[in-house]
Write a protein that binds this ligand. Structure first.
Ligand code: AMP
Ligand code: TRP
Length: 326
């Protein structure tokens, strides 16, 4: 299967990004042709700092590799370096109804959050994402739950293009983990864990052990004492149980049993230990990669060349089908 996914370069990669997306990438790269990108063009739709953008991009590449993405197996590159993404996005814009874009949940949320900057890029964001996916004729898109609607939109655009101009694109499916497709904020478990929120609300992949412990111990939990999974009544504990269960590879019921008669404090201490141990090799690898700048840039250069060849082939076909000169 051809697989495509991406993460925005702004903010710090957190355990929600890892459990929702990157963890899937790592298992998918073994048997599939994977294309993973750093979607810098998407990041421009929200306020960002142009002076540090390049640093943030390199930081994300290092995060991918430190977390286990293998540059020998997967193609890793920066979205804006392959110009065909914007070209295909424009072409797809011409077959995309504005009404559908205005109905997108993320657009509605972000236009509320960034009231003073509701730019056209924010509205067209899903079209660029569709271009990212269709350019490589992907069949599977590993993402967290918040992106499922955008993949659905990509399918709609693929279908529409195919029926108008002839069969060109497969209709890609979102690939979501059974658990962990929506990890919640540590400070407000009714909200999704998000890169653009206060660092106290998320665990970054490279947080220091003492910070991980502090954040987990201070995380918002519910009244009551029992460590029981119940999303409506105990959203905080349920979120922590989900994280614990995935990282330990144990069913939630076994963890509930393990902490029967014990309080939140014991559970949180144990969870902190689990998270620290799980992330320790990531931090070690990150440190090593930070000292290998040439190798890191080489990964992006090689990834760009491979992605570009694939993108050019698709664009040639698309241009011909749409009646443009090729
Ligand atoms: P972003 O942080 O928006 O660049 O998202 C990158 C990837 O991580 C996407 O596949 C998202 O769906 C996924 N993701 C983001 N936040 C979470 C979360 N809290 N839980 C699970 N997956 C997430
Ligand atoms: N919109 C996605 C997010 O914010 C990132 C993204 C851009 C993406 N292009 C993609 C994900 C293509 C999967 C495939 O999380």
């Amino acid at each position: 299967m051809r697989i495509v996914s991406g993460i925005q370069p702004t903010g710090n990669i957190h355990i929600g990004n890892y459990l929702g997306a990157i963890k899937q990438w790592i298992s998918l790269q073994e048997k599939n042709e994977c294309v993973f990108m750093i979607v810098d063009l998407h990041a421009l739709t929200a306020p960002y700092d142009q002076k540090t953008l390049q640093e943030k991009i390199t930081e994300k590449l290092i995060a991918y590799v430190a977390a286990g993405v293998d540059p020998e197996k997967a193609i890793i590159f920066v979205q804006s370096e392959v110009k065909e993404h914007t070209e295909l996005a424009w072409l797809l814009n011409t077959i995309c109804p504005v009404g559908e874009l205005e109905r997108m949940t993320q657009y509605k949320d972000k236009s509320k959050k960034f009231k003073d900057n509701v730019n056209a890029g924010l509205l067209n964001y899903p079209v660029l994402m569709a271009a990212d996916i269709l350019l490589y004729k992907a069949e599977g898109v590993p993402v967290g739950k918040d992106q499922a609607q955008h993949v659905e939109m990509t399918r709609t655009l693929a279908k529409k293009f195919n029926s108008k101009f002839g069969k060109t694109f497969p209709e890609p499916k979102e690939l979501m983990p059974e658990f962990g497709s929506k990890i919640m904020s540590l400070t407000d478990p009714k909200k999704k864990m998000s890169k653009s929120d206060d660092p106290k609300s998320y665990i970054s992949l490279f947080d220091l052990p003492e910070d991980i412990e502090k954040k987990i111990m201070a995380s918002e939990t519910d009244s009551g004492k029992a460590v029981i999974f119940n999303v409506t009544k105990k959203p905080g504990i349920s979120n922590l149980l989900t994280i614990y269960s995935i990282l330990e590879g144990k069913p939630i019921s076994a963890i509930e049993k393990q902490f029967k008669g014990k309080g939140y404090g014991d559970f949180k201490k144990s969870l902190a230990k689990t998270v620290i141990n799980y992330l320790e090799p990531f931090r070690r690898k990150q440190k090593e990669l930070l000292s290998r700048e040439v190798y890191v840039q080489e990964i992006l250069k090689k990834g760009k060349a491979r992605a570009k060849t694939m993108a050019e082939t698709t664009m040639q076909e698309v241009r011909e089908k749409m009646g443009l000169s090729s």
